[in-house]
Design a protein around this ligand. Structure first.
Ligand code: TXA
Ligand code: MG
Length: 330
């Protein structure tokens, strides 16, 4: 079983960095806390290390990984920044934003991390993981620390329950404050294209840049642009029913806001993402409540409608994937 090292304890962060650097140096992955979700991290320059991420997750290898950097200066050693991408990096890093950028030739990032593309998804995370990368000295490729196709983990306990028997250490940084994965953007022909909604709201990106963010034209476009974005993802065992106006027999309820919904008192379990209607609070609770609703033994999970502005766009994106017909994407 994995050893869980809490960074909340005295000298915990130093101990966790030392232990993680040792495991990473032996070409194996470690589970790490980020502000979005827990990541399963390994040396992005080492094919054996990257292979162990894919194997641990059971992840298809055509799905490229995000490479995490300690800071913008480190990122510039691996990728080519156009002025708009640099502006976005300066505004939102460290933070829940991934930029897809042209890879520098001989960057050292292994083709297994980028799935052979000539671009690379890069992000600078907040806090512990940036410190870990600085100590390790190389970028860390890290998808979410869950088996392929399952709900992303937002606590160390989620990681332990899913991958605990397959990895050596889990660094416990407490619950992830953002709770949904990073927003992925790509600049093309001087336009900002949204490849995945996430922890930075589109409105914030538009406010900082004074530009309109281009969303995928038709459903399915994003699946081609960001290969990991196939429909079914975040799949609980129970079926998921969106925009529920009432709870049916045998269902658990994931509520939002303070309105009562009929049948709620008969629900197998009730979780409210945010009674006050706060979308950031809802995002931070989303994956934990999906897992708990699923574990309640309910046959289905009814989810109340959630506004689509701000972080609501990422929340609804993840819910639609949870509700989609199943495949083994992840
Ligand atoms: O918040 C996050 O982004 C988390 C934490 C751990 O940092 N990571 C994460 O990674 O969500 P993952 O592997 O679950 O999602 C990576 C996404 C995939 O949809 C993949 O297709 C896309 O990033 N991606 C990575 N590199 C890309 C590239 N060069 N071009 C297009 N899409 C890329
Ligand atoms: Mg994932």
């Amino acid at each position: 079983m994995a050893r869980v090292i809490s960074i909340g304890e005295k000298d915990g962060a130093e101990a966790a960095i030392a232990a993680a650097v040792a495991v990473l140096g032996s070409r194996r992955p470690v589970a790490i806390p980020t502000e979005t979700v827990y990541g399963l991290a390994a040396d992005a320059t080492d094919p054996a290390a990257i292979t162990s991420i894919y194997e641990t997750k059971g992840r298809p290898r055509f799905n490229p990984l995000i490479c995490h950097m300690a800071d913008l200066a480190m990122a510039e050693r691996y990728a080519v920044f156009d002025p708009l991408s640099r502006r976005l990096a300066e505004a939102f890093w460290p933070g829940p934003l991934t930029l897809v950028l042209p890879l520098k030739t001989n960057s050292g990032i292994h083709a297994l991390a980028t799935a052979g593309l000539d671009s690379v998804g890069i992000r600078v995370p907040v806090g512990f993981t940036a410190e870990l990368i600085r100590s390790f000295g190389r970028p860390l490729a890290a998808p979410s620390a869950n088996s392929s196709g399952r709900i992303s983990p937002t606590t160390a306990q989620h990681v332990e329950a899913d991958l605990g028997s397959k990895i050596e250490i889990i660094v416990d940084g407490g619950p992830c404050p953002v709770g949904v994965e990073s927003t992925i953007l790509k600049i093309e022909e001087n336009e900002i294209r949204l490849l995945r909604p996430g922890g930075v709201a589109v409105e914030e990106i538009e406010a900082v840049t004074g530009r309109t963010v281009q969303r995928p034209k038709a459903s399915g476009t994003a699946a081609i642009e960001a290969p990991g974005m196939l429909a079914s993802h975040y799949a609980p065992n129970a079926s998921v029913r969106l925009n529920a106006k009432a709870v049916s027999e045998g269902e658990a309820l994931i509520a939002f806001g303070s309105d009562d919904i009929s049948g709620a008192t008969m629900a197998k379990a009730v979780f409210n993402l945010s009674r006050g209607g706060d979308l950031a609070e809802a995002a931070s609770n989303l994956f934990d409540y999906l897992k708990r609703a699923d574990a309640s033994g309910a046959s289905g999970i009814a989810v109340q409608s959630i506004p689509n502005d701000g972080l609501g766009e990422a929340i609804n994106d993840r819910l639609m994937r949870a509700a989609a017909p199943r495949n083994s994407e992840g």
